[in-house]
Design a protein around this ligand. Structure first.
Ligand SMILES: O=C(O)c1cccc(C(=O)CC[C@H]2O[C@@H](n3cnc4c(=O)[nH]cnc43)[C@H](O)[C@@H]2O)c1
Length: 260
């Protein structure tokens, strides 16, 4: 099973790779460096091995979409298409649901600022008659990965501007009840995955609270360490789930055979 993990920055990508190393970097068109595990996964019988490729795409939904689409196209053209795309990295957590250090698996990947300002307030593009503002990963896959990673499951918002005030945090929370986290790439990754017909997940480890800007309170190191732990647990969860077409777990052999 080939999984493409898309992060924003190299530190996040390296935290993902630390779960499974060693890795080698492969050049993609556009100058992207795709980190692929070595040695190549074996194809012996048994549960499908999980190979985690990792790509640092840049910050923001546009950079994320461009890099994801490039990597998915390259994989398809080389005859080794990806089975799953995961947008991963640190993120802001909404209080009280997602405190510092928690892990969030998105059950909805939501473009929170894709719309228009109107006299009545913010209107999403879907209400203007076009586009998409949310992707919904497979619920069984979300449950399996959240359980394996000790994570919460809930909506993760994609924004182009990091929230920096209590007022904006309250506005987003009111508009998206149950939102657990905010980051800047998930929706871009999900749009590219959807265009290629590949399932998507978003996983965020919470480095800071969504709200008034307080750089001194950010806990980036522990969030990166948590990212490594999540990706250590991910292959087992993916092998165990049937959501991605994995073979069901073997059944116990019948205790007695019927004779004809
Ligand atoms: O200093 C600032 O206030 C500031 C302004 C813009 C960007 C940053 C970043 O640290 C980059 C954001 C980077 O990390 C993810 N991230 C982490 N926490 C949050 C958040 O609370 N809201 C949105 N994104 C967040 C994001 O996915 C980017 O890749 C700092």
């Amino acid at each position: 099973m080939r999984v493409l993990v898309v992060t924003a920055v190299a530190a996040e990508r390296d935290a993902v790779c630390a779960a499974a190393g060693p890795y080698t970097a492969e050049r993609l068109p556009g100058g992207y460096a795709l980190h692929r595990p070595v040695p190549p996964v074996d194809h012996s019988p048994g549960p499908a091995p999980v190979a985690l490729d990792a790509l640092a795409a840049g910050v923001g939904p546009a950079a994320a979409a461009a890099a994801t689409a490039t990597a998915l196209t390259a994989a398809a053209l080389t005859g080794e298409p990806c089975d799953l795309v995961v947008s991963a990295g640190i993120g802001g957590g909404f209080a009280p649901g997602a405190p510092l250090g928690s892990v969030v698996v998105a059950d909805a990947i939501v473009a929170a600022d894709l719309g228009a300002e109107t006299p009545e307030g913010f209107t999403p593009v879907t209400e203007l008659g076009f586009g998409t503002v949310a992707h919904h990963p497979d619920p069984a896959l979300v449950r399996a990965v959240a359980a394996a990673a000790g994570a919460l499951a809930g909506p993760v918002l994609t924004v182009s501007t990091v929230t920096g005030s209590a007022g904006r945090a309250a506005q987003l929370a009111a508009r998206h009840p149950g939102a657990l986290a905010e980051a800047m790439e998930g929706f871009g990754v999900a749009e590219a995955a959807a265009a290629h017909g590949v399932p998507v997940l978003e996983i965020r480890t919470v480095s800071n609270a969504v709200g008034p800007r307080d750089r001194a309170a950010w806990r980036i190191g522990p969030a990166l360490t948590a990212l490594t732990a999540v990706f250590g647990a991910l292959p087992g969860a993916l092998r165990a789930t049937t959501s991605l077409g994995a073979a069901p777990a073997p059944q116990p052999a019948p205790s007695a055979r019927r004779t004809p």
